[in-house]
Structures are given as structure tokens and as C-alpha cells.
Ligand binder design. Sequence first.
Ligand code: URA
Length: 295
Amino acid sequence: MLLMAPTLNDRDALADILAFHVEAGVDVALGEEPVDRFAESAAERSSAASRMAAAPSGESSPHVPRAAAPSPAPRPATPAIAGEAPPPPDLAAVEAREAAANAPTLEVLEALLEKFDGCPLKHTATRLVFADGNPQARLMLVGEAPGRDEDIEGKPFVGRSGKLLDRMLAAIGIDRTGCYIANVVPWRPPGNRTPTPQETAICLPFIRRQIELANPDVLVCLGGPSAQTLLGIRDGITKARGRWMEYDTSSRVIPALATFHPAYLLRSPLGKRMVWRDMLAIEARLAGAPERAPD
Ligand code: URA
């Protein structure tokens, strides 16, 4: 078949369709060919219906005792590490907890996350976004989840909000060598959507262990979702920000502060005044906090 180069009109139509998909949040191609999932599930329903119709009539009657069906062979637990199909979310969370607890160093933790297949976001993200900055630093900041730029570069906060975060930190004399940065969820959710509670729960043991291993003197949660997940609060960020709380790393209790996410500040620059106060509070806390004993 002769493939014609698209005419101008074809190109315009294709560009319109592409723009529509991008606006609708489509940002990754999962396969070469489209798959009609509605047709698939309709076919499954109709084949289940024909199996029911073909079954001996007593089998579907609630009044006739069923012959004992052979019990299915027990399903082996699906390993979430380097497994084929992702395990069910509750099993994935248990396996995440076990894997994270056994990581003796940040390097091992990162390697475990690279192999961990229990979070579905891994399969749509380009790569793992583990951390940036200095793991020895006394200040650790944790955001929600990587965005598009982070997914491309493999480092947290490198896009527009990352540039603003750098300026916020520079205001108190800190650059990326003076802090350690990570996210609650280390894979980009498709279209930058909010991670689901299940995805967050699966990733939580890893970020908890990451904080414990980095062992900072001050923890800063960037935005409401990070604060709610890590500090267990229910307040929104407007109420929670600027208030010192405690975070138990499992090894010790450290001061923790929630502040506005830089992405919010890009949309609502008036919030910068309050973040400035939070940055000063962080600076003061770092100046007053006792130095960490060397590892
Ligand atoms: N927003 C986040 O929460 N984390 C990033 O790494 C980038 C944007």
C-alpha cells in the first residue's frame, strides 16, 4: 500500500487530535495499537453468560446443594520484586514494608525500588525519581510525586516548581548540596494526576525508610498531600503550614514543618509571604538544632 504524506489538512486534523489527547491528560503511549477495553469486557461478560447457560440447571439454583467443586490450587504469593504481574495492592504494601525495612543504606533502598514491581505507577512512568541533593544534609524536603520534567531527568523538583524551590532555599543560603530532596511517591502519575491512596500506601514504607536512613535534623513537607501522608494530619495545608510538628523516623523524633508546595506558589504568588516566614523558621531551627552525631 502506498502511504501518502499527510496533506496540510490531515496534519491539522492530527495536531488537533493530539492536542485533545494532551489536554485530556494523555501523556504516554502504552502500545502501538489502540485496545478497546469496553469490547474486551463485553466479550468476557457474554462468554460468562454462555457458560452459565450451559451449566447443569441445579448448579445455579440456590435450592439444590452443589456438588463439591474441586478447590482451586492455592495461588502462590506474587512476588512484588521483579515479578511479572503486579500483586494486589494490599500484598504490594506488605511487600514494600518488608523490602524497605531490610534496606541498610540509601543505595540499597534505591536499588530495591528499581526492582519493586508492586506500584502500578512504575509501569507508566519513564523512570524512578529517587532523590536529589546531599543525603548527609541536615535538612530534608519531601514533595508529593514527580512531574513531567522530573520523570524525564530522574531527579525531583527540576521543573518550574523546582526552580522556585531553589530560589526559596537560596533565600536562606541553602542549595542542593545543603539539603536532600525526595517525594512520597517516586514515580510520576500519568498526566500528573494525584496519586491514589493505594499508590501512596504502597510507596509509603519506602519514603519512611528513606527519611530514617537520611536521618535529617529537620523535615519539611512540601504541600498538603506530603504533610498529610507523613505527618498524619487531616488539616489542609493552609491551616497546617508554619506549625512545628514531630516526625518519628523510627530511630528518633525530629522537628517537621509543612509549607506550601512551590507549584501552588506559582499559581498563587501571594502565598510566598507565608513561605518566606516558613523558610526563616527552618533557618532558625537549623541554627538552634543540635548537630547530628557523625554516623
Ligand atoms: N512536584 C512534586 O511534588 N515533586 C516533584 O519532584 C516535582 C513537582
